[in-house]
Design a protein around this ligand. Structure first.
Ligand SMILES: NC(=O)c1ccc[n+]([C@@H]2O[C@H](COP(=O)([O-])OP(=O)(O)OC[C@H]3O[C@@H](n4cnc5c(N)ncnc54)[C@H](O)[C@@H]3O)[C@@H](O)[C@H]2O)c1
Ligand SMILES: [Zn+2]
Length: 364
């Protein structure tokens, strides 16, 4: 088992990574002396595969779990689901000392984390991420929340879990497209923080795509270490944590403008990271060779690296980008790369520079 610790004073916690961990969840929660009652919040897809195992593990360790199932998918990450969770927690009389287990991908993690942060002004929670994206990104760092009709993640709170348990076996049933999408965040960690990791990904990509457990374990642990390091230096995103948004300004605009479900998050940020690399080349002198390596790695992973823009989509994409929190005075703040493994944040980029790289893509 690999263990990574997130250092946040008295809110520090461990991320444990290994196959077969679902069976040990009960024992782990007992070790942390979490309360005697708990609720498992999961989605319909994940629940039918893993809820029984998790339920039995918790029951076997003396907890009396209740199961709350929300519909699968991003559309369930809303206040209606939050309300439904609150009602079920209250109906089962869960108290201050109870805790919540978030079993699922980023949707369940963000939703269940937000419920835990607010029910009775906050009860403990444990993340049990079951997608690659959730294991390397969303389950770590304490961002929780839900979407409004006006946009994604507009309501939320920073609230750290007591434990993150990544059972590598759960990745076996993940649909290929979801798995590959999660790789976009993995590659991101290489670009923003760790040239060695990037080179390892270039080398080990075939094993990763075969979902070789030992390779995945090592890589997931390294990604969690990087996220933990960044979060412990800047928990509430006043500075350094912004580097985690590399490729996300364009990526979010792609997600928002192309219509729900067209691009998965990882696919959108893959295009966004390639575009950010090209902008980095023109503004910061990121070497051409690095831009090529970045583009090639995403392409070899099976991720899209460019987007075809027709005039309508072009207009929508730039409108979406201008609504982003990071815009001021017509310039957008970007995270840009100096070289693979080293980025800087807060770089002003004009819409013309963005247009230049996206337009080249469109005409290839
Ligand atoms: N809190 C953060 O810091 C943070 C960071 C990044 C992303 N996010 C959020 O994460 C969400 C995306 O998360 P996601 O990509 O995990 O999506 P998701 O939770 O919707 O999961 C993707 C799909 O895979 C299914 N699934 C999950 N685990 C499975 C398994 N082991 N086997 C088979 N099917 C499985 C789910 O039911 C769902 O249909 C977004 O809402 C995003 O905003 C949050
Ligand atoms: Zn992301």
């Amino acid at each position: 088992m690999r263990t990574v610790s997130v250092q946040l004073g008295n809110r520090s916690y461990a991320i444990k990574i290994a196959p077969g961990l679902l069976e040990q969840l009960g024992a782990e929660c007992a070790r942390l002396k979490l309360g005697d009652r708990c609720a498992i919040i999961t989605d319909a897809n994940v629940g039918k595969r893993f809820a029984k195992k998790v339920f039995n593990s918790l029951a076997g360790a003396g907890f009396s779990p209740v199961l709350i199932v929300v519909p699968a998918g991003e559309t369930a990450k809303n206040l209606k689901s939050v309300q439904s969770c609150y009602d079920q927690l209250a109906a089962h009389r869960l108290e201050r000392k109870s805790f919540i287990v978030a079993l699922g991908g980023g949707v369940v993690g963000d939703l269940a984390g937000f419920v835990a942060a607010t029910y009775l002004r906050g009860i403990d929670f444990v993340q049990v991420p079951t997608t690659l994206l959730a294991q390397v990104d969303s389950s770590v760092g304490g961002k929780t929340g839900v979407n409004l009709r006006a946009g994604k993640n507009l309501v939320g709170v920073f609230y750290q879990p007591k434990l993150v348990l990544c059972d590598l076996d759960t990745l076996k049933t993940l649909p290929e497209r979801e798995f590959v999408s999660g790789l976009a965040e993995v590659v991101k960690y290489g670009i923003i923080f760790d040239a060695k990791l990037f080179a390892q990904l270039e080398r080990d990509l075939p094993e990763i795509l075969k979902r070789d457990l030992e390779t995945l374990s090592e890589i997931i642990a390294r990604c969690c270490e990087i996220k933990a390091e960044v979060v412990s230096q800047d928990e509430t995103e006043n500075g350094l944590r912004a580097i985690l948004n590399f490729g996300h300004t364009i990526g979010h605009a792609i997600e928002n403008s192309s219509g729900y479900g067209k691009f998965l998050h990882g696919e959108a940020i893959s295009i966004g990271q390639v575009a950010a690399a090209k902008i980095s080349q023109s503004i910061l002198g990121l070497p051409e060779r690095d831009v090529e390596r970045i583009e090639n790695l995403f392409a070899r992973a099976g991720l899209p690296t460019q987007i075809k823009l027709n005039p309508t989509l072009h207009k929508k994409l730039f409108a979406a980008m201008m609504l982003d929190k990071k815009v001021s005075g017509g310039e957008i703040k970007f995270v840009l790369a100096e070289k693979i493994g080293k980025v800087v944040w807060g770089q002003n980029v004009s819409t013309a520079s963005i247009e230049a790289v996206l337009a080249t893509d469109a005409h290839r």
